[in-house]
Design a protein around this ligand. Sequence first.
Ligand code: AMP
Ligand code: ZN
Ligand code: FE
Ligand code: FE
Length: 290
Amino acid sequence: MERISFVAVVDLHLHTSHSDGSLTPSDLVNVCFEKGLQIIAISDHDTTEGIREAQKVAEPLGIEIVPSVELGTRLGESEIHVLGYFINPDDVVFQEMLENYREAREVRAKNIVLQLNATGVPLLWEKVSDLAGFGSIGRPHIAHALIELGYAKDIQEAFQRYLGLGTQGYVPRDLNTPQQAVRVIEENGGIAVIAHPLFTNTKLDRHDIPDLDDLIESLCDEGLKGLEVFYGDYTDGQIKRLLEICRKFQLVPCGGSDYHAIGAQNEVLPGDVGPPMEHFAELKRLSNVV
Ligand code: AMP
Ligand code: ZN
Ligand code: FE
Ligand code: FE
């Protein structure tokens, strides 16, 4: 039988407090070091601000940081996330685009708070803004504020009752298409990879991307290079299916924990899952980074 589970030394999907993760880049790198990881991607939503700090802490520990970013996109009804690996954070045009995305996130978060206030939830914008700090604000910050107020017992319940699609606080985000995201990552010199393409138990708003093969075919034309396979709590069956898709379209199988340090009982931890080193080596070859 084909071996599809490995001891992870590579984790290509991690969030810090610069977006909706709870740990600072330094603390996250230290956790990864304790877990025995050798290569980690700092892949915050719409920001690269955590990368430099992570690199500083990682260097003496012998950990390689892959400069990364995660962009949200929409295609029809589905939200599709695209990861950019080996991106150049010094690209001014790219940074202007990320700043615009972060501003749009802030406008949307304020609208969510207003909408919740209108339905009787006394949530203060200042509280949410404090929790987000200076980083890229997201619904998990609002979820934490709702938990503190006693309106939800955990992040799942906050999404289920107040923040997810079809709830009283749901506000859609203006998003690019996945094609546009792959293009901007390519133009930056990064490597574009589709994130979490299938349903996962640990995040309720995740579904199988419909017509995945067709989407991949169209994204390959834009320069797509990989697909997340060894992801979160994906089952062996899901991993097998995704490996077959990678073979069909010659994509590099990637993956990681998508760790946010939210403290949930079922949270997948850094090092629990990740691609084998050979796939990472392939990804790095494509990037032309030495
Ligand atoms: P946003 O980027 O503001 O649209 O928020 C979406 C983020 O919230 C996703 O990237 C997930 O990491 C997280 N998320 C969504 N649903 C859940 C959930 N049910 N439990 C925990 N985290 C979630
Ligand atoms: Zn996140
Ligand atoms: Fe994501
Ligand atoms: Fe993520």
